[in-house]
Design a protein around this ligand. Structure first.
Ligand SMILES: [Zn+2]
Length: 343
């Protein structure tokens, strides 16, 4: 059976006032579609956002998010751990309802560099503890904010193992981003749907006893698939990229993505519901079929509720229906389903 993980990073855009409402509303629509189609989803919770809301006395906001997260659990979805470390030292300004944070604390490796390993490790663990305390949930999988796992890899792996994680899902094979706040080079990642990790996220470990596995975000090399290329050009497809923050004109009333000041970028072909429009349905189906033709039986898709356009909900719903119609081939899974199937 081909397993599809539909993962959502549950977070807001930085520095804004109405983002929380947009996140709640968009997520509610996503949850409603999933309920209708009995679909299982995975939400990577940006837990430090909730911690900061509570720390700053914004209980009403925090409780709305907690209620929604509890609804995810009730609906049978899976929670996992997401961390955008700029939240750790973020300061809230009550006067204008905005957050102030240091952009140079974008990656966990920045926090390690500036404040030391034990500070970073303590904060990370606080997030895990809150997930257990608030949601009675022990996360198995981690996704780094901004997919930033390139620096201090050995420390990060130690940290994940210490906190009993079994999966990382921060690698996007082929992705290359170099900028002021973020340096990612996932071009050398294995071309596999899952691999063992021991000292680097980007190399397959030969140690059969390694505890941690990488489940990369799906990418497809379009050069390998001439037909897809033809589809792409014929309907003038834009390449869907998970981290493309430049195209903010299409984001409807949600917020402004953080300008990462990227000066070099290679975005691999991937599929996502982010900013998707009706025509994207075709690509989503085509890439899904193609991906599994290559003997892979696990595919992880990354999307963000904050980045859904009105049309994206329809695309999402059509995709869920299509999966359901093809349930002899595809099943929507969580990370816990990988554990149980791997003897
Ligand atoms: Zn994120």
């Amino acid at each position: 059976m081909n397993k599809i993980i539909l993962s959502f990073d549950y977070e807001i855009y930085f520095d804004g006032s109405n983002h929380l409402e947009a996140l709640l509303e968009n997520t509610n629509k996503i949850l409603a579609s999933a309920r209708q189609n009995k679909s299982k989803l995975v939400f990577f919770i940006d837990i430090f956002y909730l911690i900061k809301l509570e720390e700053n006395g914004l209980f009403l906001h925090c409780n709305k998010l907690k209620d929604q997260i509890n609804n995810m659990i009730k609906d049978g979805h899976e929670l996992q751990y997401h961390l955008h470390p700029h939240w750790i030292n973020a300061q809230y300004n009550k006067g204008n309802d905005h957050w102030k944070y240091d952009q140079l604390e974008y990656s966990l490796s920045d926090i390690i560099k500036i404040y030391g390993k034990s500070f970073a490790f303590d904060k990370f663990k606080l997030g895990v503890d809150r997930m257990k305390e608030w949601f009675k949930y022990e996360p198995l999988a981690y996704r780094a904010g901004g997919l930033s796992i390139d620096q201090n890899q050995e420390d990060l792996i130690e940290l994940l193992i210490q906190n009993k994680f079994e999966f990382d899902s921060s690698v996007m094979p082929g992705l290359y981003l170099q900028g002021k706040f973020l340096n990612i080079d996932h071009r050398s990642a294995p071309k596999k749907e899952i691999w063992n990790i021991s000292d680097s996220f980007l190399n397959e470990s030969k140690n059969p006893n390694s505890i941690l596995k990488e489940v990369p975000i799906m990418t497809i090399n379009s050069n390998e698939i001439p037909f897809a290329n033809r589809i792409i050009t014929s309907i003038k497809y834009r390449t869907v990229s998970a981290l493309s923050a430049k195209d903010d004109s299409v984001i409807e009333n949600i917020g402004k993505p953080f300008d990462l000041e990227i000066n070099q970028a290679i975005h691999p072909n991937s599929i996502t519901f982010d900013k998707s429009k009706s025509a994207d349905t075709l690509l989503l189906k085509y890439f899904t079929k193609y991906f599994f033709k290559k003997n892979a039986n696990l595919m992880c898709i990354l999307s963000h509720p904050k980045s859904f356009l009105n049309q994206s909900f329809e695309v999402f719903c059509v995709y869920l229906k299509w999966i359901d119609k093809n349930k002899n081939k595809y099943v929507l899974s969580g990370f816990s389903d990988i554990v149980s199937s791997e003897k």
